[in-house]
Design a protein around this ligand. Structure first.
Ligand code: HEC
Ligand code: HEC
Ligand code: HEC
Ligand code: HEC
Ligand code: HEC
Ligand code: HEC
Ligand code: HEC
Length: 422
């Protein structure tokens, strides 16, 4: 039964455009790789190969959502999806989710979770995610200089404490061989017990620090499947500490993860625990704009020449929080000039406009945001409230019914709906 299951997945990999291009000449690798968790990291209806668990995805209209129930391999049962407040809601499947679990992601530009069906060209991590596009000369990561080599795995295995897209860049334009730090600034502090912290954990390892660039993920992992045998012994003598040959069982113990993902292996080999400051993951100074956005404060952001929507919106939100409404509104307006689809700026500006009597303008903005971002319940509720206050209960009802399709348990929406005149 299991064999048949795996065969079907292998057939799926062969049938897909990107990786299929490699099949005729690299049949052995294609076959072996098809059995890995990475090759099976997504299907049309789930994220995760199932070795740890699966989260189910579904379309509501053309919005892709994560459902409240996930499968957990450890208990072989279904339970509330990690991080979900209740079983009465769906979460937007935003681009990062799919970019780490699939290949050729097709997000509709300027939206949060609108995709065609299927939402990606190829399920799972295709060959090209590590070797570059099929039509170009294949990059061999092992032959790149250390930083660019490590970047190939860091695309997905380095979450960090904060991740900020560089000005004017799209992080998913990164291709193997590029420098990841040209696209995104990733900040780290003391590594957590998260299942996507392997890179951070290894960087704290005394073994890694001593071994330097000679030690990387692929020293121990065969990227096409399985662990390399006796990887520790390529540098340490087999009797290094005299406690037996299964080095990893003692030096890389297993534990529960603290985040959404479940079991993980401690990669901080031989590290002495000590707190680490918040810093850019890569050596060298952090770019000022990205640093200011990573830990946003008014003083920090006011020092940045606000030329982009991200900075303007972030500063606007901080002004809002300290009741500097008019200044915040001015920043949101500038942000929207630069990026008309910026949802936070539009939704917050609408609140300001509504409070200052510009009801029609506010309604139009909320309508625009709610049409494209039904996963954000705030703008939907505000829109419905404004519609009912303006004496248009049927519009308010339509708004609330749509909101409830995405958040069936939303108490405020239910309450408001029950108070609408029939
Ligand atoms: C027409 C046959 C053919 C196809 C199709 C093909 N390759 Fe290759 N590839 C080869 C041959 C032959 C070599 C060995 C050349 C060598 O040893 O340098 C090679 C070498 C490689 C290398 C090692 C390169 C290096 O510099 O070390 C990688 C990585 C690679 N291929 C990846 C891919 C990927 C990924 C695909 C699909 C997108 C692919 N290849 C499609 C024939 C092919
Ligand atoms: C495009 C994203 C992506 C890239 C690039 C990537 N990984 Fe993964 N990796 C994943 C995801 C997602 C999983 C979880 C797969 C699952 O089980 O659903 C995973 C799982 C793994 C596993 C667990 C075992 C397995 O076979 O799935 C290992 C080991 C691993 N990756 C190593 C690496 C190494 C080494 C590199 C770099 C050479 C790398 N990964 C690059 C996303 C990625
Ligand atoms: C930065 C990249 C990244 C992002 C973003 C990400 N994941 Fe993952 N995910 C991983 C990696 C890497 C693993 C494998 C972890 C391991 O094996 O320890 C994983 C594992 C999983 C698994 C368990 C797979 C298994 O092996 O059974 C599920 C389910 C999952 N992710 C769902 C999600 C969902 C849902 C989202 C979006 C909310 C998401 N992931 C976002 C990288 C990512
Ligand atoms: C998770 C990243 C990753 C994925 C996905 C991946 N590779 Fe590789 N591949 C590597 C790395 C890293 C090396 C260098 C391995 C080494 O030197 O030990 C490599 C080496 C190769 C080589 C040349 C050396 C060898 O091992 O024979 C070929 C050919 C190759 N890969 C083909 C493929 C094909 C075909 C696919 C898709 C079925 C694929 N790879 C998927 C990371 C990946
Ligand atoms: C690429 C080479 C390399 C590989 C592979 C490697 N190590 Fe190391 N490791 C070193 C070097 C160099 C040192 C520092 C000198 C020493 O202690 O031998 C070190 C140090 C250590 C230390 C001591 C840290 C301290 O100072 O307290 C431990 C424990 C360790 N390694 C365990 C492992 C284990 C377990 C593996 C396999 C899972 C492994 N190493 C694989 C190179 C390597
Ligand atoms: C049964 C558990 C166990 C096994 C198996 C084991 N170690 Fe150790 N190792 C320890 C303990 C405990 C220490 C001492 C405390 C420490 O430094 O973590 C130690 C210390 C070390 C050190 C640092 C001290 C020194 O002697 O330089 C290195 C390096 C090391 N081990 C490497 C290895 C390697 C390589 C293997 C596999 C060939 C291995 N260990 C297998 C438990 C184990
Ligand atoms: C010194 C050896 C070594 C290095 C280097 C190493 N790993 Fe691992 N890794 C392991 C071992 C051992 C396991 C446990 C495998 C098992 O139990 O099947 C593991 C497991 C994993 C898993 C499966 C989930 C888990 O945590 O158990 C992922 C994902 C992973 N490693 C990613 C990486 C990435 C990414 C890198 C590079 C940043 C890396 N590893 C570097 C030895 C290593």
């Amino acid at each position: 039964m299991r064999r048949l299951f795996l065969y079907l997945f292998a057939a799926r990999v062969f049938a897909d455009p990107g990786s299929a291009a490699c099949g005729p000449c690299h049949a052995d690798i294609v076959k072996r790789y098809a059995l890995t968790g990475m090759a099976r990291a997504s299907t049309a209806d789930s994220l995760g190969s199932g070795s740890i668990g699966k989260s189910y995805i579904a379309f509501i209209d053309n919005f892709l959502v994560q459902t409240p129930r996930s499968f957990f391999a450890k208990t072989n049962s279904f339970a509330l999806s990690p991080g979900f407040p209740s079983a009465q809601t769906y979460r937007p499947v935003e681009e990062p989710c799919l970019q780490c679990h699939a290949t050729g992601v097709r997000l509709v530009k300027g939206t949060q979770n609108q995709y065609p069906n299927p939402p990606f060209a190829e399920p799972g991590i295709g060959c090209e995610r590590c070797h570059g596009p099929a039509e170009a000369h294949a990059v061999n990561p092992a032959k790149l200089r250390a930083e660019r080599r490590d970047n190939v795995c860091e695309q997905c295995h380095l979450t960090g404490a904060a991740k900020v897209t560089r000005a004017g860049k799209n992080p998913y334009d990164y291709r193997p061989g590029d420098r990841l730090s040209d696209f995104v600034s990733i900040f780290v502090e003391s590594s957590k017990n998260n299942a996507t912290d392997h890179v951070e954990q290894l960087s704290e390892s005394a073994c890694k620090q001593a071994a330097g660039d000679k030690l990387w993920c692929v020293t121990c992992h065969d990227p096409h499947g399985g662990l390399k045998p006796n990887a520790c012994q390529t540098c340490h003598t087999p009797d290094k500490c005299g406690r037996g040959p299964q080095c990893a069982t003692c030096h890389m113990p297993k534990a529960e993860s603290a985040d959404a993902h479940v079991a993980f292996t401690n990669h901080r080999i031989g590290a002495k625990p000590q707190p680490k400051p918040f810093r850019l993951y890569w050596p060298g100074p952090a770019p000022a704009r990205e640093l200011a956005l990573a830990r946003p404060t008014i003083a920090g952001l006011e020092k940045i020449e606000p030329k982009d929507a991200a900075v303007l919106t972030q500063l606007g939100q901080l002004y809002d929080r300290v009741k500097r409404g008019p200044e915040a509104a001015a920043l949101y307006r500038r942000a929207l000039k630069l990026n008309p689809s910026e949802p936070t700026a539009a939704a917050n500006l609408a609140i300001y406009e509504f409070q200052n009597g510009q009801v029609a303008a506010a309604l139009a903005r909320w309508q625009g945001v709610f049409a494209r971002y039904p996963g954000l319940s705030g703008p939907g509720l505000n829109l419905a409230l404004a519609q009912s206050q303006r004496g248009d209960p049927s519009a308010a009802r339509a708004t609330l019914l749509r909101l409830l399709r995405f958040h069936p348990g939303n108490a405020q929406a239910r309450e408001l709906l029950s108070r609408l005149p029939p």
